[in-house]
Design a protein around this ligand. Structure first.
Ligand code: ADP
Ligand code: MG
Length: 452
């Protein structure tokens, strides 16, 4: 059951990343049948042709979509299985017809022209203090597109509603201005289109398509790191659109200046309009989100269970939904509410308790990757500014996350004195306290660490 549910959630994401014909031709009889102990997800296809096609074209997308809902997954493999339906799963699935109805593929598919999925709207986007700025900015550009807030740059951690908000902007725009041209695209898809354009000499058509839009929504621009040609195309596309008062919206998991390997001129465009962040929701908002989702599922749940879920899961709304689905499904199958012990057990797999799994090596790797510097530079003696700060952050996190002593940290970093480490630690701790944006950045590294 759990696999089925996870797969349905992953499919929801896949559906907005591929065109409906592709989605229906290739994903119809495909199932997630196992997640092995070593973190490999096994996808069953009904013939070899599908297997090879998916392997070649969609492996990354599938991996990412599964990982978004189940971060422990490290890889996917594809197998052929003529009768893909695991009877056990099928059985349970039929028992939960309510859930099945809620997740039919039709609801999940997106419009091929705009890539918009109707399920993401403003009306089902719960607003709390964590996202009110982003929500207000989003509403404002629907009201007055292409004027003040251009581009709108929305950033925040995984599972906090960025895609939902971008899609909601698109859907609302479409309702208000049915004639206008809209396109939602992930930065990976955009990159792929640029690459294909170069390969097949169709860049002109690509340019024409993008430059004639009234609203362009590009999701997850942090993935444009290091993609020079794509950045160049995006830069020119943006300029043409902005000059003509067409609206552009970007999202990213971090503020523009924290994305490595982006050309300066594009960075200055990213930061040249309105930036709005989405933080983690507070307890009351988490409860409100859970209640709203329950309403949509036409289910009810004891207040104490709702509050328990909200108290246990704070960092990711996707996980909040996952937990809720699990509990609701449990009740549908068993016909009764879970006991406290069962509830804890159900949520255990969603809630992270991974500190013991983090090693100093992983931590250093995560920091180096986040700032796009080599681990060697991070650990070496260099005093270059762009290395010094990440190094101090790595020291801070070694202390905070792994409880290393100051002398032990000094030793790791080539025999530095413990007072130097203490100084670094205090400096970072102070900055976190004073600067919410910086705190956010550190949290992103933490999250990366937990998901690595
Ligand atoms: P991100 O793109 O930031 O990783 P998503 O937009 O995919 O996150 O959100 C993850 C899930 O949480 C989605 O199913 C989305 O509908 C839901 N969600 C996020 N924020 C809200 C909100 N404020 N109200 C209702 N649902 C939300
Ligand atoms: Mg997203």
């Amino acid at each position: 059951m759990q696999l089925e549910e996870l797969w349905q959630q992953a499919l929801g994401e896949i559906a907005i990343n591929v065109s409906p014909p592709i989605f229906h031709s290739w994903f119809k009889n495909v199932e997630l049948i196992d997640i092995r102990g070593d973190g490999v997800a096994v996808i069953a296809c009904h013939n070899n042709f599908t297997k090879e096609w998916l392997q070649e074209k969609c492996q990354k997308l599938i991996l990412r979509s599964i990982r978004n809902h189940h971060p422990a997954v490290k890889n996917v493999i594809f197998v052929v299985k003529t009768n893909t339906s695991n009877p056990k799963i099928r059985q349970t699935y039929q028992d939960t017809s309510g859930v099945e109805k809620q997740l039919t593929l039709l609801d999940l598919s997106s419009d091929p022209e705009t890539n918009l999925n109707k399920k993401y709207t403003f009306s089902n986007f719960i607003v709390g203090s964590h996202n009110e700025l982003a929500n207000a900015a989003a509403l404002s550009i629907v009201e007055n597109p292409g004027t003040r807030f251009n581009p709108l740059f929305i950033y925040g951690g995984t599972g906090l509603g960025k895609t939902h908000l971008l899609q909601a902007i698109g859907n609302e725009f479409k309702t208000r201005y049915p004639k206008k041209k809209i396109r939602y695209v992930t930065s990976e898809k955009f990159t792929e289109e640029v690459v294909n354009g170069m390969r097949h000499q169709t860049l002109d058509a690509f340019k024409e398509k993008y430059r004639s839009l009234d609203l362009l929504l590009i999701d997850d621009v942090q993935f444009l790191s290091g993609k020079e040609k794509t950045q160049e195309e995006l830069f020119h596309t943006f300029n043409v659109l902005a000059e003509n008062n067409r609206q552009v919206v970007f999202s990213s998991d971090r503020p523009p200046r924290a994305i490595p390997a982006i050309e300066e001129r594009l960075l200055s465009r990213f930061s040249g309009g309105m930036q709005a962040d989405i933080k983690t929701p507070d307890f009351e908002t988490r409860v409100a989100i859970l209640k709203a989702k329950l309403g949509q599922m036409q289910s009810e749940l004891n207040e104490s269970i709702i509050e328990y879920i909200a108290s246990k899961i704070h960092k990711n709304i996707r996980e909040l939904e996952g937990a809720l689905n699990k509990v609701v499904t449990y009740i549908r199958i068993k016909g009764e509410e879970p006991s406290q012990a069962e509830l804890e057990h159900l949520l255990d797999e969603i809630i992270f308790v991974p500190s013991r799994l983090i090693s100093a090596k992983k931590l250093i790797q995560a920091v180096a990757e986040f700032y796009d510097i080599s681990e060697r530079d991070l650990m070496a003696k260099s005093r270059k500014k762009d290395v010094v700060k990440p190094r101090q952050i790595a020291m801070y996190l070694l202390r905070e996350e792994l409880k290393y002593s100051f002398p032990a940290i000094g030793e790791k970093f080539g025999g530095k004195d413990h007072t130097t480490v203490m100084h670094a630690y205090n400096k970072i701790a102070k900055e976190i306290e004073e600067n919410p944006q910086f705190m956010h950045e550190i949290n992103l590294i933490r999250e990366k660490l937990l998901n690595s």
